[in-house]
Ligand binder design. Structure first.
Ligand code: SF4
Ligand code: SF4
Length: 288
C-alpha cells in the first residue's frame, strides 16, 4: 500500500509517574511487556524481509528509526512531503510512529564494473552499465518488498527513488523524495561517510534503500558514530567530493557529470567503488 491510510494504532503507551511501590511493579512489568512487543514486531519484519531476500539471492540490512527523529532531521522541503504522505495520521505518527528502513546490497561484480578503463583511457561503457542495470533492478525489488511490508504490517511505503523525471537542477529532486539516508542513519544501519552516503559496517555504501512509515510499535536503532577517520578514498575518486566545501553545490556538479556519462541509468558510483575497494575498511567489507 503506498500513500494510503495507516492501519489503526496499537494503543501502546509508555509509563507515567510512579506513585507507590505496588504501582511501580505494575508499570515496570508493563514497560517490559511493551518492549517485548516492540522487539517481536521488529523481529517479524526482519524475518519477512530476510525471506524475501533469500528468494532473490541478495543480501541486505533492515532497521527501524523513530518517526519523529527522522522527521526533524529531514530538510524542510522533505518534512512537508512527509506531512503530505501521512495526511491525517501525521500527528499520531509524530507521537508513536516508526520508519522501517531496508537496504539491499549490490553484488560485488556490479560495483567492480564501475569506471573500468580501456587501453585508450576511455571507460568501458558496457561494463559500467552492469552497475546501471543493477541499480534499476534493486529499485524495482525494493519497491516491491517495501509495498509488501506496508501491506503485511500496516504502513506507507516510500519507494527507493523517483525515476524518469527530468529536472533542471538537483534541488528540484529534494521536494520529490524522502531521504532514505536520513532514515538509515537514524536506524543505525551505518554512518554518514565523507562521500555523504551511509557506510554500513559490512556492505560499505553499496546499498540501496527504501522505507516504510508505520505506527506498528517497534524498537528503534541508534545513530552509529561517524568512523571514516583519516580515510579519503572517496574524496580521491571524485573531484566534486574533494572540493565539496568550495563548490556552490557539489550535488549539482555530480548530477551534470552523471548525465554526460549517458549510462542506462542516471548513476556514477565511483565514490561507492572507492569506499568498497580502497577505503581503510576495504578488508572488512564483503559483497556477495
Ligand atoms: S556519484 Fe560520481 S560524481 Fe557523484 S559524488 Fe559520487 S563519484 Fe562523485
Ligand atoms: S571511502 Fe573512506 S572516507 Fe569515504 S566514506 Fe568510505 S570510509 Fe569514509
Amino acid at each position: 500500500m503506498r500513500a494510503t491510510a495507516l492501519a489503526p494504532l496499537f494503543g501502546v503507551k509508555y509509563g507515567r509517574a510512579f506513585l507507590s511501590l505496588g504501582e511501580r511493579v505494575i508499570v515496570s512489568f508493563s514497560g517490559k511487556k511493551v518492549y517485548m512487543e516492540r522487539a517481536q514486531n521488529f523481529q517479524r519484519v526482519k524475518s519477512f524481509f530476510g525471506s524475501e531476500l533469500a528468494e532473490i539471492g541478495y543480501d541486505g540490512v533492515v532497521g527501524t528509526a523513530e518517526f519523529k527523529r527522522v522527521y526533524h532531521d529531514l530538510m524542510p522541503v522533505q518534512r512537508s512531503r512527509v506531512e503530505n504522505i501521512c495526511g491525517d495520521q501525521f500527528q499520531n505518527l509524530i507521537k508513536n510512529g516508526s520508519i522501517i528502513c531496508m537496504g539491499i546490497a549490490y553484488p560485488g561484480h556490479a560495483i567492480e564494473s564501475i569506471d573500468v578503463r580501456l587501453c585508450d583511457g576511455t571507460f568501458n561503457k558496457d561494463l559500467w552499465n552492469v552497475y546501471a542495470k543493477e541499480y534499476h533492478k534493486l529499485n524495482r525489488v525494493l519497491d516491491m518488498i517495501s509495498e509488501k511490508i506496508a501491506d503485511q504490517f500496516g504502513g506507507i511505503s516510500i519507494p527507493a527513488t523517483v525515476e524518469g523525471i527530468v529536472v533542471k537542477n538537483v534541488e528540484e529532486y529534494y521536494a520529490m523524495t524522502v531521504s532514505h539516508r536520513v532514515v538509515a542513519e537514524n536506524a543505525g544501519l551505518g554512518w554518514r561517510g565523507k562521500n555523504e552516503l551511509v557506510v554500513n559496517e559490512k556492505f560499505s555504501c553499496a546499498l540501496r534503500f527504501a522505507s516504510v512509515i508505520t505506527n506498528l510499535p517497534m524498537i528503534h536503532g541508534k545513530k552509529v558514530r561517524v568512523s571514516c577517520k583519516k580515510c579519503k578514498a572517496c574524496l580521491e575518486a571524485c573531484p566534486f567530493l574533494k572540493n565539496k566545501d568550495k563548490l556552490e553545490n557539489y550535488r549539482e556538479d555530480c548530477r551534470r557529470y552523471i548525465i554526460q556519462l549517458h549510462l542506462d541509468a542516471e548513476v556514477c558510483g565511483k565514490c561507492i567503488k572507492a569506499c568498497y575497494l580502497n577505503s581503510i575498511f576495504s578488508k572488512r567489507f564483503k559483497l556477495r
